[in-house]
Design a protein around this ligand. Structure first.
Ligand SMILES: Nc1ncnc2c1ncn2[C@@H]1O[C@H](COP(=O)(O)OP(=O)(O)OP(=O)(O)O)[C@@H](O)[C@H]1O
Ligand SMILES: [Mg+2]
Length: 320
């Protein structure tokens, strides 16, 4: 097993809502997770399951309420102040869902890329800066002449997402955290963007965490996956576990994909849960939607059960 670059140890994030902050949402609930060198890790879950909150904590946009996040064994809260953050972002970069929101609409894209280079490599001569930018652009299938002079709105969403990846690559990071990098771009170009991450992993050993809500795309892009529900990891293992998921929640996600072999019984009914509540703290987080829920599921939190390949947080797999 390769070394862990990012490690989440018992990480929770709560948000307080309402006038007096009386409503507490557990967006992320005691998550243990690692991102290992040279892998693509898929983080899968429905809307509101805590995926972006995890990404934002790893990217130091939010700090955890409990637990800690380590980068190569070092608590990332030690990277503080503008100098500390800059050092951290040399290693860990983010790519976000909406590529238009990640570029200042009033600045030419090439100038934005040059600013990044000037910020990180202040002594590098302009011709070297452009050479580095060219190299990064080639890695995402673009060249500098087609980018020169153009503003963000003059690119398609897919092209602009390639440009966000190129921008992340400029500092030669070790890890990229990509939060739903293809969900807002044209369906026909999604695979091409995912292939960029896969290529970067294979040719340069880049480590990538790819967040997604689409089981098929996440399986395609990932070596390993964690499945989140209401802020908790409910299943994890190599990506092929998604072919035959063990957790009823993952099975539900898989059922949403039409399959020729009709592996999943389409008659099974799932309840409608309130995802927006975050983790409840009593019993299993999925019990109110689970077609197999037993008494114990509503009373006691299930343990993480090791099934060999997959680990699954479900009472169905415990020996009673
Ligand atoms: N800044 C915030 N303030 C209050 N609540 C928040 C905040 N950010 C997220 N939440 C809540 O935390 C929970 C998890 O949100 P998060 O954005 O991490 O989910 P997600 O899995 O990324 O969903 P999506 O697929 O919609 O992007 C949700 O209930 C959300 O409403
Ligand atoms: Mg999100």
């Amino acid at each position: 097993m390769s070394e862990s670059i990012i490690k989440l140890e018992n990480v929770s994030k709560t948000f307080r809502l309402g006038l007096l902050g009386k409503t507490v949402i557990k967006a992320v609930d005691r998550v243990n997770m690692e991102i290992r060198k040279g892998e693509t890790l898929g983080i899968l879950g429905e809307s509101g399951s805590g995926k972006s909150t995890i990404a934002k904590m790893i990217l130091k946009i939010y700090s955890p309420s409990y637990g800690r996040i380590l980068y190569r064994g070092r608590d990332i809260k030690e990277f503080k102040g503008s100098k500390g953050l800059k050092e951290y972002y040399r290693h860990v970069q983010g790519v976000f869902q909406d590529p238009y929101a990640s570029f200042n609409p009033r600045r030419r894209v090439l100038d934005v890329l040059r600013d990044v280079m000037k910020n990180y490599y202040p002594t590098l001569p302009p011709e070297d800066i452009d050479r580095e930018i060219s190299t990064a652009l080639e890695k995402v299938g673009l060249n500098i002449s087609e980018v020169a002079g153009r503003y963000p709105h003059e690119f398609s969403g897919g092209q602009l997402q390639r440009l966000s990846i190129a921008r992340a690559l400029l500092v030669k990071p070790e890890v990229i955290i990509a939060d739903e990098p293809v969900s807002m771009i044209d369906a026909s170009t999604r695979i091409d963007i995912l292939n960029i991450f896969i290529d970067l992993k294979e040719t340069e050993g880049l480590t990538v965490a790819i967040i997604g809500h689409d089981l098929g795309l996440t399986r395609y892009a990932s070596d390993r996956v964690v499945v989140l529900y209401r802020g908790q990891i409910v299943e994890e293992g190599p990506a092929e576990i998604l072919n035959e998921p063990s957790h009823p929640y993952t099975q539900m996600l898989a059922k949403a994909i039409p399959r020729i072999d009709k592996k999943w019984d389409s008659k099974i009914e799932y309840g409608v849960g309130s995802l927006a509540l975050g983790a409840t703290g009593v019993g299993c987080v999925f019990a109110d939607r689970c077609p197999y829920a037993m008494d114990i599921c509503r009373r006691e939190e299930p343990p993480m059960v090791d099934l060999g390949k997959a680990k699954v947080k479900c009472w169905l797999y415990t020996k009673k």
